[in-house]
Design a protein around this ligand. Structure first.
Ligand code: FES
Length: 91
């Protein structure tokens, strides 16, 4: 049995790795891009990244959610900007 332990002090980011989003570059490549951007800004220990199986908006993928905010058609090149604009102000 797997137990998921959430750190309530961390901002949660969900990156879709479902079949539709993964086909468009979501999933692991986006996780890696966001992890690198977070590390570059010294914020990696303040954010938890989860891979979602589907966020229910497949036609808009690859999809990313940060808190209640939704980002669509996200590419690896967007990670740095999204971290600066949507993650760092929340920390
Ligand atoms: S597969 Fe990503 S939203 Fe459905």
């Amino acid at each position: 049995m797997t137990r998921l332990i959430l750190d309530s002090d961390k901002l949660r980011m969900r990156i879709c790795g479902g079949i539709h989003c993964a086909a468009g570059g979501g999933g692991q490549p986006l996780e890696t891009a966001f992890q690198r951007a977070l590390e570059a800004y010294g914020a990696a220990d303040k954010v938890e990244i989860f891979r979602a199986h589907c966020l229910g908006e497949c036609a808009e993928g690859p999809c990313v959610r940060i808190g209640t905010e939704r980002y669509y058609h996200v590419e690896k090149a967007d990670a740095d900007r999204i971290v600066r604009e949507a993650v760092l102000p929340k920390l």
